[in-house]
Ligand binder design. Sequence first.
Ligand code: NAD
Length: 300
Amino acid sequence: MTANLIDGKAVARQIEAAVVAEIQRLGYAPGLTAVRVGNDPASEVYVRNKAKKADELGLRGTQRIFPAELSEAGLLAEVAALNADDEVDGILVQLPLPKHIDARKVIDAIDPTKDVDGFHPFNVGLLHLGRPSLVPCTPAGVMRLIDSTGVKIEGAHAVVIGRSDIVGKPMAALLLQRSATVTICHSRTRDLGSVIHQGDIVVAAVGRPLLVTGPMIRPGAVVIDVGMNRVEVDFADRLAHDPDKLRTLAKNGSVLVGDVDFVRAREVAGWITPVPGGVGPMTIAMLMQNTVTAAERRRR
Ligand code: NAD
């Protein structure tokens, strides 16, 4: 059996088209401000891509970029100014922040109605009460990918690997809300493989390259790989069975792999996301959707 591929780019395009239509209906361009502190290269790319996508879809995307030395008080003042600015519908503070800034304080300071990342404790509480408002973008995107397969979530056993506040926990809450039976695995889980094998739906959000192997997958399962791990030539042996990745590795000196051994899992699963081109494009699309939702609610 070879699993069907879940095309994250195609599903993301559908969501983006819906966002464009919603903006036209609204008759104004919702404002999204992304705040970046310091020069982390990955954050630079993420923030730039988010602002670019916002502009492309007809939102007003703005970047606010500060040096790594910005004080915590300075960042809190910036958040307060954005909270008060009526032109700003969505605020996103790119993580990680420099060590001298307490990210929790900053997230707590964002107006929950503008919290398009869905990280504010108020929005987290609503999600866990089954009253989702602004939902974290990556797990929200994963739900859309699972739905795109047509596989029924209700009653299915969903295994989520990872318990971070950003992915694992909200992922489990969303699946539970759709009446899946949910198991959450983490770094202390005993016999990970046998737990994963129970999953009709498996969501891997760990950050460990190829942690999930083929034999762990239940035949026919839906496998969603959130992991994004850049590996270098010392990892080549582990990719010996994956000529596509090996080719990219040889060409670029590094290659992006997921938490799932894609080649082996694909031989067993019913549906699977590639890395890249699976969950990644969905995260930005859901951020745009959240910004439109925030704008609609604030201006209602
Ligand atoms: P995190 O480091 O905050 O959390 C990782 C979780 O994995 C922890 O809860 C930990 O308990 C668990 N874990 C660690 N080792 C384990 C093991 N051996 N067995 C079982 N569980 C283990 O990471 P995160 O922010 O949740 O991100 C996870 C991955 O998803 C990363 O690769 C990240 O780059 C990726 N990610 C991708 C997107 C996207 O848009 N595609 C968005 C967010 C995160």
